[in-house]
Design a protein around this ligand. Structure first.
Ligand code: GDP
Ligand code: MG
Length: 162
């Protein structure tokens, strides 16, 4: 069985960009417009000889009422199918209440979660990461998905757990 990794987070943090980097495809729609990925999208990634499945999900706004709704159930299904979850946040927007609510929501699902801080290109990584420690998900992993920076290291680390 191939390991399955789901990417979860607010709209526009860069989930589909990471998905595209991993699958090297244009399958996941990337756009400036938030919320373009409406459902789950599956792709295959490879690292050395090892292949794994990656799931791109539509963005969760993190609004309390949305986390009880249909969109959240779609994302929840992806999380249930996954062996590990990449919870992506945005270094540019910083930690916002929606991130905290998604974090709490994810914790209840009980899957291993790796916190990924995207868009660290051109900014001081240490400063960008500091505030995300408060989520209590361990050491945040910095990436710049649009440039492929940190992606192989991140995936390697997550897969090493399986
Ligand atoms: P999603 O809604 O979470 O799937 O986000 P997208 O992958 O569609 O990306 C949203 C926006 O963030 C797009 O304009 C991307 O070009 C931009 N973006 C994604 N990754 C990076 C990154 O590493 N650095 C910067 N500066 N922008 C990024
Ligand atoms: Mg997307």
């Amino acid at each position: 069985m191939k390991p399955v990794i789901a990417i979860v987070g607010r709209p526009n943090v860069g989930k589909s960009t990471l998905f595209n980097q991993i699958t090297r495809s244009r399958d996941a729609l990337v756009a400036d417009m938030p919320g373009v990925t409406r459902d789950r999208l599956y792709g295959e990634g490879r690292i050395g000889l090892r292949s794994y499945i990656v799931i791109d999900t539509g963005g969760l706004s993190g609004e309390a009422e949305q986390l009880d709704g249909l969109m959240a159930r779609q994302v929840e299904q992806a999380v249930q199918e996954a062996d590990a979850v990449l919870f992506m946040v945005d270094a540019r927007s910083g930690l916002i209440p929606g991130d905290q609510r998604i974090c709490d929501w994810l914790r209840r699902l009980g899957k291993p979660v790796r916190l990924v801080v995207n868009k660290v290109d051109g900014i001081d990584p240490a400063a960008a990461l500091a505030e995300f420690h408060g989520l209590g998900l361990g050491e945040p992993y910095p990436v710049a998905a649009a440039h492929g920076r940190g992606v192989a290291g991140l995936v390697g680390e997550v897969l090493a757990g399986f």
